[in-house]
Write a protein that binds this ligand. Sequence first.
Ligand SMILES: [Zn+2]
Length: 189
Amino acid sequence: MPGTVRPVLIYPEPILKQVMAPIQAERIDDVAADLVETMRSFPGCVGIAAPQIGELSRIAVVDVSGHRKAETSNGLLVLANPRLVESEGAETAREGCLSIPDLTANVRRATSIRVAHARGEVRCSGFEARCVLHELDHLDGILFLDRVASLVDDLFRRQGYSGGEASSPGEPAPVAGGEATAAPGSARA
Ligand SMILES: [Zn+2]
């Protein structure tokens, strides 16, 4: 059943700082459908987590397929009650967030991960791993701002909001930024 596009909560909405509770199995399909629909309503958006649409449960969706930063992709990922079970490497790259539309930041993340979830297990690397880790953070009330090493050097004002979530690695763009979305020269999730 197709989901509904839901309004996205914007920082400093308190729900975004809360730790989510496990999602009941019978609710996974409905919430996932709304998450997918909402994610796809923003061009270039590669992921969204339940608290961003006001659902207080541990579920997020990610889909980096077709994104220019994605070297590998598992397609649409529905991550219900996800748990990070393996994590390797480290890379710093630019991220943005639907819930923090005015800023992007350089964030250090693992480059290779394994995540167990209600319906299986998935391995991700590079940009996809970054996006998944960004969404997993949302389920614990952690925003990319909480992971910025230096507010002076690593935070950037977005010139125009293009609607991406999770971000795009890399792109130097001081005070110009751009999320990892499809916008040229911008960086997402
Ligand atoms: Zn986000």
